[in-house]
Design a protein around this ligand. Structure first.
Ligand SMILES: Cc1cc2nc3c(=O)[nH]c(=O)nc-3n(C[C@H](O)[C@H](O)[C@H](O)COP(=O)(O)OP(=O)(O)OC[C@H]3O[C@@H](n4cnc5c(N)ncnc54)[C@H](O)[C@@H]3O)c2cc1C
Length: 528
């Protein structure tokens, strides 16, 4: 890869101009005094219970890692103040939203006292710092959840300006309560908030129709940088289109809290239109993929196309959440949202013909809103119901590869062989219309276990390797955090990684903003 190493050398030379200022030893006592002098007590949590809850990333299966403190920001000025304190006293900051990210994105990696330990005058960081190597630094979680206001609503522009602490669900409920027929259509986990949604920039079940958070749903952001300045990525511009200069907003979308702290977002909204759910099952995943490609190729415009394999359906049947048990076969659920019921019905008539040709059972179309909800429950309950496949003590690692749709059937067939060889159970729920496959690897955990068993780790790696071989990605929508850094060199190449490091150094020269996420600490790279 001569091309990549030449790029790497050029960027390494550029990076040396941006050499990092020597970070001073962290001074936690100084930082704490400054925090207490700046913020009222109800904005600063030092108690064990809050720190413990904040350090728990249940979805990532990483051991709990409580921060030293949680600062509940209420304004952009609060964020500026905590940034100034952090840079003055050498303290790490991690912005947090709903804390639903799955890859360890908000897990502190630096030294913080265990929650049961009293401070007793111990300055976290000093002890470890004395041992040399990277200076470990105490961490403040900067929670943006209290900044949850809808600041402006521009109905005729299909736009809203929101704080980072409101979620897509909260916003949609707010709009519905006001009788506004607009909504935000991108739907990651319930509980996720706009700051964190921009931080990971993933998507959800509606991506096939509406695109991902990396599309144009987030038009502009107000961001606090680590030098304490506040920028707006599109300035005062709220126009629907603009080509003014570099798209600096894109830098922060998916930056996982490593480049700046988002304190306001200008977002696009979509009209609320009638919605219809339908489902059917196929003899094989390959048949389901054939039908999906045909549906998309026919110019039909589903908002969601989701696949549950036979094992996932078995979990749903065990949970008895649906009015009738479903055949334990690969099942595609779909949603159509169009300006009228008639258009939805006409689209689904065309779909019925296509799926029949691909060997599916009869297409079941919801009669009314109640049935819409009942059928969609199959999708919404999959994560929880699959635990019944293993029973008490079930632990889950959700994988998140995405491949070109044309390679999806091959991915599923070859991954089935890997799963069988591993002896593990790994049902599929896939955003099939995007080629994004979540195989949830299940196993019975032991009491107090904090590490994934070796066979689970090996299967997760093998699935990523297969996806990369098929020109896919290790992270369709859940981001990189701590757990997927090892795959980045193979997926992105050295030149792109070097460019990312250059940007990180330019924006966070002291390395205090969510360090170790996305990129390994320099000199500690362990790529696959
Ligand atoms: C059951 C379940 C299902 C899920 N399904 C999906 C899915 O379908 N699609 C999908 O895309 N994801 C999914 N996720 C993952 C998760 O919901 C998303 O990544 C979500 O966007 C994270 O938002 P959050 O508010 O929880 O962010 P957090 O987890 O709090 O933070 C995520 C990242 O953003 C950074 N961050 C937070 N706030 C800010 C800010 N104000 N400024 C800068 N950086 C910030 C954090 O430092 C962190 O790196 C799922 C998770 C779970 C648990």
């Amino acid at each position: 890869m001569a091309h990549s190493s030449a790029a790497q050398q050029r960027l390494a030379a550029l990076s040396s101009h941006l050499s990092r200022p020597t970070a001073r030893l962290p001074d936690w006592n100084g930082a704490l005094a400054a925090l207490e002098a700046t913020f009222p007590a109800d904005q600063l949590s030092l108690d064990a219970a809050t720190r413990e809850a904040h350090g728990q990333s249940w979805g990532s299966l990483l051991p709990p890692s409580p921060p030293a403190a949680v600062l509940h920001a209420q304004t952009t000025s609060d964020v500026v103040a905590v940034v100034r304190i952090a840079t003055r006293f050498g303290i790490v900051l991690i912005p947090t939203g709903g804390r639903t990210a799955l890859e360890g994105q908000f897990t502190p990696t630096c030294c913080n006292p265990p929650v049961h330990e009293q401070w007793n005058g111990v300055v976290p960081g000093r002890r470890q710092a004395a041992t040399g190597g990277t200076v470990p630094r105490p961490t403040i979680h900067v929670s943006l959840s209290r900044m949850n206001q809808v600041l402006q609503l521009h109905e005729q522009d299909f736009q809203a300006v929101v704080g980072p602490g409101i979620g897509w669900q909260g916003l949609n409920e707010h709009l519905a309560a006001k009788g506004v027929k607009l909504m935000f259509p991108v739907d990651p986990a319930p509980g996720s908030e706009f700051g964190g949604m921009a931080g990971v920039a993933g998507s959800g079940t509606n991506a096939v129709g509406y695109g991902t958070l990396r599309a144009e749903w987030i038009q502009s952001m107000q961001v606090v940088l680590m030098d304490g300045s506040v920028i707006r990525t599109k300035g005062s511009n709220r126009a629907r289109k603009s080509t003014t200069g570099w798209d600096t907003g894109r830098l922060f979308l998916g930056s996982e809290g490593t480049l700046g702290i988002i304190t306001e977002l200008t977002i696009r909204l979509a009209p609320v239109v009638p919605l219809k759910v339908a489902l059917t099952s196929f003899p094989s995943v390959a048949d389901a993929v054939t039908a999906v490609v045909e549906i998309l190729g026919a110019g039909l415009t589903p908002t969601s196309l989701e696949l549950l394999d036979g094992t996932s359906i078995r979990g749903l049947n065990l949970a008895k959440l649906l009015p009738d048990a479903l055949p334990e076969e690969p099942t595609v659920l779909m949603r159509f949202s169009n300006p009228s019921e008639a258009v939805n019905r006409a689209s689904l008539e065309a779909v019925a013909t296509i799926v029949k040709r691909a060997g599916a059972r009869e297409l079941k179309i919801a009669k009314d809103e109640k049935e819409n909800d009942e059928l969609w429950k199959a999708r919404k309950s999959q994560y929880w119901s699959q635990q019944l496949l293993i029973g008490k003590g079930c632990r889950t690692l959700i994988t998140d590869v995405c491949v070109p749709i044309s390679r999806l059937a091959e991915f599923v067939a070859r991954s089935e062989v890997l799963v069988q060889r591993s002896g593990l159970v790994a049902p599929i729920v896939a955003h099939i219309g995007d080629g994004n496959v979540h195989r949830a690897i299940l196993w019975k955990g032991k009491e107090g276990e904090v590490e994934r068993p070796k066979e689970v780790e090996l299967l997760a790696k093998a699935l990523v390797k297969l996806a990369l071989e098929l020109e896919g990605t290790c992270a369709g929508e859940h981001g990189i955090g701590l757990t997927k850094r090892k795959y980045l060199r193979r997926e992105l190449g050295d030149g792109t990684l070097a460019l990312m490091r250059t940007v990180k150094r330019a924006l966070d020269p002291l390395g205090l903003l969510n360090p170790d996420k996305v990129l390994f600490p320099e000199g500690e790279e362990e790529y696959m």
